[in-house]
Design a protein. Sequence first.
Length: 398
Amino acid sequence: MATQQELSETRQQSGVGFVQTRLATLFMPPDWLKLAGGGELGPIQVAYETYGTLTPAKDNAIFICHALTGDAHAAGYYEDDDEKAKPGWWDDLIGPGRTLDTDKYFVICANVLGGCQGTTGPGSINPETNQPYRLNFPFITVGDIVEVHATLTRELGIDQLLAVIGGSLGGMQVLEWAARFPDQLRGAICLASAAQLSAQGIAFNAVGRRAIKTDPEFKDGEYEHGAGPRYGLALARMIAHITYLSDQSIEMKFGRRLQDHDTFTYEMLPEVEFQVESYLHYQGKRFVERFDANSYLYLTRAMDYFDLASQYGSLTKALGRTDARFLIASYDSDWLFTTTQSKELVRALIECGKHVSFIELKSPFGHDSFLIEIEQLQKLITPFLAQAYESLQAEKEA
């Protein structure tokens, strides 16, 4: 077992090393956030992390939008973590000499509005009642999430981002950012995402929410912190996790191998007989330890409601307002956000004369590929960011 000193040295040498989560308070009354669904919200606390150094010209900032159950901790380690602690969720992508090179770029990642990892959400205290919001938290949309993050970047003194990057729900935020704040970004990198969630995606979200709401411990959302619908939330995660994988990846990792026996038990009560069952139960158990059920309800609904074409009249009207360069990438084994959906974005961008690059990447890992296949992303994102930065410098010199 490694000593604390050895763990500390390893973390300092890995990527960005030790990091800290910072808190910003935005939308102080009377300057409330006006929500798409009606009503207002404020003040809003935002948890965020930064990596690298912002240039004096403030022209090297990149904003990372995380996926559904992610958080602001995209890279590095926390100094006071125990030995089981893991690095940030995209750690292999961020750091000196890596794809998001912190010797060149200033990288920002923030927890989303409605989340449960430091940013105001259903578990936060409502200043009017001094009690958690729970289901009294207002309905939020992807647009509301982007409003908060765009305000955070301005609060950091950044008028224009070199790029906004994200996958899945993060990719939806990238598209919304380009439509809502067309002059605030020079590059948009959208991975494994779409302009709207498919009916199948909405269906899986509905089943997950149903699992949470029918758990007796849900109590109409009025559960205490640390309690709540543990079984329902775990089941929701198990269902969702299946959609993140591909048939090929499940077969490669588990096949039909049994967990604790060499032959079938021929019993009905045990829930785990196959290795794949054990894996899904493990994923559900881990998820319950870090995520809030009410936040899961709000964020999956935000995904369901996202429809860029309907919101702006058409995809060309939505994406035609920005001069940002686009990089769109899909994965051939992703059946949650398909290549067909990515090509729809590409066609709209071409139609309105935008600079767009597209690739369908081969991977056996399904929707989760953008979190796993780092080398593929490096080959795409590194030159894309370099071109965006060179273009910016050339404009300044002209």
